[in-house]
Design a protein around this ligand. Structure first.
Ligand code: EPU
Length: 419
């Protein structure tokens, strides 16, 4: 099992080119199933989750190839409608293939991706919406067997109780080739949803009000392939900005997505570092010790503060001047990184949804284990500002979302090794 060995205490400085978004790439790869032809996806990150998505595409009969940061998908032939349990388990977000398979073939058999590092991740809203679209869904001993009654799902009016990202994506994927009009009320507004809609519209889909909380889709008989560039990863941006801010360094992020990362930037600015943006670039300078964030940091659906950036910001301000308070409103188990930060000297108290972080003078190196993707990234940040050596094991979690993190950190002058 690989680990990171980090010698902390260096100021990070330099320029980084932002990778493409994982959470856009995965649904867009699933969407390519609908295209009955060739798609070329540019700016796809080299990540284990992206490889898992390409294995699912290959298993159902598509030809999916990865070269540099390009993924080509030929979905002219889809001959298999069952995704094996092993493939489903490799990646928690494999569930978005359900909507795409239904949209393409009118049927599919998948398995419940199960609990994960962030706690149980129910799919009740996905299933209820698809049922409303005329899909018969049965549990067959752990497999979910789905079949659209007339061979094609039908449009429906769907009111989501919560703007779930995955449920919104599954509905869109099923609706773009369904019979008639689908209206989604209270749809998720995450930028990755807009990226998915943009891709689908390039393939001929009829989607209106995309990116808003009400999405209207008119199903088409067939979509065609296209060439598309995946948006930059706003959470990876938040991670490297937090990292450099915490080490009192300087960063220029290129190929960045400015409006999409604004909810994070406005909070990071409260720590006292200077941030300014110009077209597709973010500049950050952090000369002195960070200040605690004065407002409670509440994770909320977009355009609120993103849950995916909670852990990395917490690591960055665990040695800030003063006390910061987090409130996690999206996932039940998203404070699992706090034990590792405490082991490194942080003063954090978790009470249900709330975490109180009293800034300490200094963190120190420790041996810790990555608990999940963003939690693992938070540990790298803490280790880089800590005094002494740290070892972070189970970095397979980090590789799910960060392309070659050790290369990026070394480029900025950090002392990190993969072993
Ligand atoms: N939920 C339900 N029922 C459902 C669906 C969701 O109760 O049918 C609950 C979940 O349990 C959770 C909340 O609703 O408590 C939000 O879940 P959502 O469906 O919005 O999240 P997701 O689609 O599973 C995506 C990202 C996550 C990100 C969340 C929130 C991908 C592949 N994953 O997950 O990203 O945290 O949206 O923005 O897009 C990550 O990148 O580290 C990551 C976890």
């Amino acid at each position: 099992m690989q680990k990171f060995i980090i010698n902390g205490g260096r100021r990070l400085r330099g320029e980084l080119d932002l990778q493409g978004s994982k959470n856009s790439s995965l649904p867009i790869m699933a969407a390519s199933l609908l295209c009955c032809g060739e798609c070329m996806l540019r700016n796809c990150p080299n990540l284990t989750d992206v490889y898992a998505a390409s294995r699912i595409l290959n298993c159902v009969g598509c030809r999916c190839n990865f070269f540099d940061n390009n993924v080509s998908v030929d979905s002219s032939v889809v001959e298999e409608t069952t995704v094996s349990e092993d493939l489903m388990r490799e990646m928690r977000s494999s569930i978005i293939f359900m909507g795409a398979m239904l949209g393409r073939t009118g049927e599919c058999t998948v398995s419940i991706p199960g609990g994960c590092e962030l706690g149980p991740r129910p799919i009740d809203m996905h299933l209820a919406a698809l049922r409303k679209m005329g899909v018969d869904i049965r549990d067959n001993g752990g497999s979910i067997v789905c079949k659209a009654s007339s061979g094609r799902a039908k449009g429906a009016k769907i009111n989501l109780a919560f703007p779930s990202v995955g449920a919104t994506e599954n509905i869109i994927l099923c609706a773009v080739t369904a019979d008639g009009e689908t209206v989604i009320n209270n749809a998720a507004r995450e930028p990755e949803i807009r990226d998915l809609c943009d891709f689908l519209m390039n393939c001929g889909a009829d989607i209106r009000n995309d990116g808003e909380s009400r999405i209207i889709i008119n199903g088409k008989q067939q979509l065609h392939g296209c060439e598309y560039t995946i948006m930059p990863d706003r959470i990876v941006a938040a991670t490297y900005l937090s990292m450099v801010a915490a080490t009192r360094g300087e960063l220029i992020l290129t190929n960045a997505c400015i409006p999409e990362i604004e909810p994070f930037l406005s909070v990071l600015e409260q720590t006292g570092c200077s941030i300014y943006t110009s077209e597709k670039k973010i500049y950050l300078r952090s000369g002195s010790r960070l200040r605690a964030v004065r407002d409670r940091i509440r994770t909320m659906p977009h355009p609120g503060f993103p849950t995916d950036a909670q852990a990395v910001l917490m690591a960055a301000i665990s040695a800030a001047d003063g006390t910061s308070v987090f409130e996690e409103n999206i996932f039940d188990c998203r404070y699992r990184h706090t034990d590792a930060l405490i082991k490194m000297g942080a003063d954090i108290q978790v009470l249900g949804k709330v975490a109180v972080v009293k800034g300490v003078e200094k963190l120190h190196g420790a041996k810790v284990e990555a608990t999940d993707l963003r939690g693992g990234a938070a540990m790298v940040i803490a280790a880089l500002c800590a005094e002494g050596n740290s070892e972070i094991t189970k970095i397979c979690h980090i590789d799910r979302g960060y392309e070659n993190m050790e290369k990026a950190v070394s480029l900025l002058g950090g002392d990190i090794r993969r072993n």
